[in-house]
Design a protein around this ligand. Structure first.
Ligand SMILES: Nc1ncnc2c1ncn2[C@@H]1O[C@H](COP(=O)(O)OP(=O)(O)OP(=O)(O)O)[C@@H](O)[C@H]1O
Ligand SMILES: [Mg+2]
Length: 230
């Protein structure tokens, strides 16, 4: 692994909050900035769409099998979906895969599954993976009513040493509610304001790389990368 490389683990308050959208944007941004990148969605369940998003963002520099070595049929947490197929994946296998395949690159991004505490492997969750990889986490949440609770609960479950520095990214929901414009400010009563970033709706074209992100969106992505010190 390249000297001093920090592994980024993209986790969140739950499923469907925008982890993959943000991961794809960050990977594309790093590639655009000329950085060597590896990305992983080590465990997929109910389809490999997330891994394919990363594969596309990486411009073919990494195979689908390498991005996503373990995949299961059922739309359940990976740990439960694996159990239905009588398969066992351990944290150690995931850690070994990520470490082995991120050798020599400047940046590595790993997308968890579901939320921080969702069952990931037979013996652990994304929090355990963060600890085992000595990774820097990033929390993604959907910017809608209830997000203050969801983010505070997730922050509270992070190892204390990582809590205050973790970036929190609020992803714009398909339809905003009354709380959407207020959530970042409300959250700043509990978490440093400069570590909370709001990402607007991003078109399919930009998500897929057909269109280019605006200057404003790139600024936000660069802000997140700075917060992660990568
Ligand atoms: N900022 C955004 N702009 C446009 N669409 C978004 C945005 N954030 C999330 N979405 C949409 O919301 C849905 C869920 O997002 P995404 O797949 O990134 O969530 P996830 O947290 O990765 O989910 P999972 O737990 O299944 O991995 C997708 O249809 C995605 O395109
Ligand atoms: Mg995802």
């Amino acid at each position: 692994m390249a000297a001093k490389q920090k592994i980024l683990v993209v986790t969140g308050t739950g499923t469907g909050v925008g982890k993959t959208v943000l991961s794809g944007l960050l990977v594309r941004r790093l590639v655009r900035l000329g950085r060597t990148v590896r990305a992983f969605k080590p465990l997929c369940s109910g389809g490999r769409g997330d891994a394919r998003v990363l594969e596309a963002a990486l411009n073919g520099s990494q195979t689908l099998e390498d991005i996503n070595p373990w995949h299961f049929e059922a739309s359940l947490s990976p740990a439960l979906a694996a159990r239905l197929e009588r398969r066992v994946v351990t944290l150690q296998e995931v850690v070994a895969h990520v470490r082995r395949h991120s050798d020599q690159v400047e940046q590595t991004l790993v997308e968890g599954a579901g939320g921080l505490l969702s069952p990931l492997t037979a013996d652990g969750d994304t929090r355990d993976l963060i600890v085992r990889l000595r990774a820097v986490p990033l929390i993604v949440a959907s910017n809608r009513l209830g997000v203050i609770h969801d983010v505070r609960a997730t922050l509270g479950c992070l190892p204390p040493s990582l809590r205050s520095s973790v970036p929190v990214v609020l992803m714009a929901p398909a339809s905003a509610d009354t709380s959407t414009v207020r959530n970042a400010r409300s959250l700043s009563e509990y978490h440093p304001a400069d570590r909370i970033v709001e990402i607007p709706r991003v078109s399919e074209a930009i998500q897929s790389g057909v269109g280019s992100p605006s200057v404003a969106l790139n600024r936000k992505l660069d802000q997140i990368l700075r917060l992660l010190a990568i």
